[in-house]
Design a protein. Sequence first.
Lengths: 314, 474
Amino acid sequence: MWRYIVARVAAVVPMIVLVTMAVFWLLHGLLGDPTLLILGRDADPQTAQRLRHELGLDRPLDVQYLDWVSHAFRGDLGRSLRTHEPVAQAMRERALPTAELTILSMGLAAAGALVLGSVAAVWYGSLADFGVSSFCVVGVTLPNFLLGITLILVFALTLRWLPSGGFVSPLNNLGANLRVMILPVLTLSVAYVGILALVLKSSLRATLGAPYVQTARAKGIAERRVLVRHAVRNSLIPLLSVLGIEFGRLFGGAVVTETVFALPGVGRLLVDSILGRDFPVVQAVVASMTCGVLFVNLLVDLSYAWLDPRVSYD
Amino acid sequence: MGAVADTHTLDPHFSVDWSERPVMYAIYNTLVSATPTFEIAPELGRSWKISADGLTITVSLQPNVKFHDGTVCDAEAVKWNIDFILDKANNSPQFKQLDPFLSGVEASGPTTVVFRLKKPYAGFLAAFTERPGFIVSPAAYQKYGKDFGRNPVGTGMFQFVEWLPDDHVSVKRFDGYWGRSKASLDGITYRVVPDPAVRDTMVRTGELDITSEPDPKDIAVLQKSPGVKVVSENPSGHWWGVQWRVDRPPFNNKALRQAIAYGIDRGEFVKVMLGGRGSIANGPTPSIVWWYSRTAKGFSYDPDRAKQLLAEAGYQNGFSAQFSTDNTPVGLQFAQLLQAQLKRINVTLTINPVDPSNLYQEVLQQKVNWTRTDWTLRADPDGLLRILFYTGNYANSTGYSNPTVDKLLDQGNSTYDRNARKSIYAQIEQQVIDDAPYVWVFYPSEDAPMRTTVQEYAWIPDSVPRYRSLWLAK
């Protein structure tokens, strides 16, 4: 198993190199250089040229890329071109809202999916199944900016129960933090509840018909115990696979949710940096998001063995 | 208050983004300030004297001014700031605004600064109402180095407290402020809320006291909401229009350019696209500034005249062309309305949507010809008119060249006589309207939704909201 983990972690390195290389060439090739955005659109050409030289943007692309890699390996992610702020600091400052938003949303989505997926599978064909399935389809298809604005209009403007946006650190005031996070977490998680619940429903339906479940029932084990101990646990593998895949997409949803609810997160930093051609920031954010997605997928793969003892990594 | 976008730096010597300026006007003072009609008013400089040859300008500073860090803001500090911008090695984006006319600056006394000019320049003081005019603490600048942009120290009514990126910047009242009128607010928090609909909602819920750039669709609702008002500037100092390369076919044909200018129904733009919240633009100068010309005559909507000019230009059967626009909802809406209007005079537009941050670069690189554009006025007529219309200027992206306009621009900025300047800029205005390197369409109104308790909000034609003098009624 350890050999497996080491091999998977080692595979992350070429993946990050490939991703950052692709991002680097796309940004520089398609979007052009950032000097006009740094100096303003009425910049004079001499100043722009001087700045381009100073930032090293007049060097060949492969030289610029290798320079970035060599610094990154030494732990120096550089400074933002626009704010002069160290990139590592910029990411650190925005990590908390994004981490909290994505973890809580995924947690809520997984918990919601477990309940709704089980209800739909156990009472398949009933009104409850119809209700859950309809909710899931609506959740998946509803754009999350629309849901976000609707939740704000209902809970912030009309009922005045919750704030419209902003962020309070949980380290300063946990109660205020949770109040602020309710609407963004609901917004982001609804689509994932839908996908995960539908996956669990179909997987659980297959399991509930399996001979070992029949055997368990024949032995007189209570239905709830059959469901929780035998059926659900064995139906979780497809759910976890989807969860791993969807985790990457979650960042995309986080960008929109952070914008609507004015959360100072990494998603907004990334979009702002792409629009501003802030290459060092984009590179670092993309590299760390890639690491995050690969890490979650590694955890998912490892959890297969825990869920199903027949899975072995040796 | 609700900010549209995060600040990237609070160092005025490196500031480019519009979103940074509202905060900077609270933390810093400029050397002089601009009034709502773009007249020049005293600020750190309390008076000024121009020498007979127009080459020396002596500015007397307010006495006993201190920076928030306790150091003195005197003539040496002002000189340090100007020298910093003029030093090419610093790559300040503000360099281009001062270098063309300023040769050097001296501190001839504790509160006397002498500016030496390369040539007489009437827009001199106006340049110091905006970014080149913000005076920072030299001591703090040396202390923080590259991190000064996150630790700003000025002489303004408010001093910096904290900046949580993408969330908020907060400032508190500076009790050692030099001016007679101190800030009435205890502090200001600039909360970054990127979505206009959410900003508008937050004003309605009272989470924000004031914001800017509302979603135009929300304005009617905001005006009807209890406890909310909308303060507008109409016309604003911000114009929208179209531009093309006048040195490249097909738009190197003046009759063709004028035909299109006659084919645009500006009233329909204001009515349909702006919902009535704006004014028709016939030229680059709105009626709110002192150099506006009452006599300048623009193009009115006249499809028959447009067709006649098209025929004169050699396009009896109309023509087709690509029109590039930013791929934002408003940019596309503009292009679609233009497409529908010009169809009436047999001009067929193919819309080419471009990423907003790329559009201007593509214009400069001449990858696109006919595009949507918009600019905001500077505090002096020479500011915008020169960069857009002077032959070969770096921001002259239309290839426009008219020796008469060049000569008039040189005359206009070399005399300090306001009446003479006004008549010169009226001539320039008429000439560029007729030559049509740009066709002006409208000035959208600038709107600031706020709680009814917010008092004394005034727009300046550069469209940068200033919040430092506001107060709240109980």
